[in-house]
Design a protein around this ligand. Structure first.
Ligand SMILES: C[S@@+](CC[C@H](N)C(=O)[O-])C[C@H]1O[C@@H](n2cnc3c(N)ncnc32)[C@H](O)[C@@H]1O
Length: 226
């Protein structure tokens, strides 16, 4: 397990790194990330309107949420969130009810506050991914879902070739290539969530959209009350 002071220094480094990315992030990633973002929004909205997006970044996905969404976005980087706030104002995104600087592992919301928690291209950047998933689980309502989008590391073939091609970009934003679905599955089994699906999306299946459904009550696992 990571030490607290190491984790804090990782967070500061991460926030600074994304402070440097913020001005150019959209130009580089808007098209690559769109298919996963559209799918994540679709799955989350099927759970209900109250959505938390963790690591919302510059808000590339905000405009994909329909008008009836009640969306809150959080991120470690104020510079990234400032870009998101610009989009909200420029595009009149009334479905965005709030944006706040927040760490994925310390969410300032009561238990069971959201129908779904979405986290796209983030979980592999967090020093303790299981702690973040525990926090997502805490703020999701009974029967709600966690929707993750991430690169999970290729096993070979065309995906591996594409990974080689874009790996300089991937490394720059901190995407790990050794994070496996098995790790999320293991967390889900422990936490009382069911891995409903893990579907590869364009471009060329480089990213995976993962759906985790809360089944704590059925499994007799107590949800965190705090
Ligand atoms: C690759 S970007 C993805 C941004 C956005 N989700 C998207 O789809 O464009 C990763 C984002 O995660 C944020 N992040 C990294 N670690 C985080 C943490 N522990 N808590 C909250 N946000 C974090 C970064 O600041 C950055 O904005």
């Amino acid at each position: 397990m990571a030490r607290v002071d190491d984790v804090d220094s990782d967070r500061i480094k991460m926030s600074k790194a994304y402070g440097r990315w913020a001005p150019i992030y959209d130009a580089v990633y808007v098209r690559i990330l769109k298919p996963g973002q559209l799918e994540a929004v679709r799955l989350a909205m099927a759970c209900g309107p109250r959505i938390l997006e963790v690591g919302v970044g510059t808000g590339l996905s905000l405009g994909y949420y329909p008008a009836q969404a009640e969306l809150i976005g959080v991120d470690l980087s104020k510079a990234m969130l400032d870009k998101a706030a610009e989009k909200v104002a420029a595009q009149g995104l009334r479905q965005v009810k709030g944006l706040a600087v927040m760490d994925a592992c310390r969410l300032g919301f009561p238990a069971a506050r959201f129908d779904a928690v979405v986290s796209q291209y983030v979980i592999t950047l967090v020093p303790d991914p299981e702690a973040a998933l525990d926090e997502f689980a805490r703020v999701v309502r009974p029967g709600g879902e966690i929707v993750l989008v991430n690169h999970l590391g290729a096993d070979g073939g065309v995906v591996a070739a594409f990974e080689d091609l874009i790996s300089p970009l991937a490394r720059k934003v901190g995407w790990s290539t050794d994070f496996r679905l098995a790790r999320i599955r293991a967390w889900a089994e422990r936490a009382g969530f069911r891995l409903v699906s893990a579907r590869k999306v364009a471009p060329v299946g480089f990213f995976t959209v993962i759906r985790l459904k809360d089944e704590r009550a059925a499994q007799g696992i107590a949800a965190s009350a705090a």
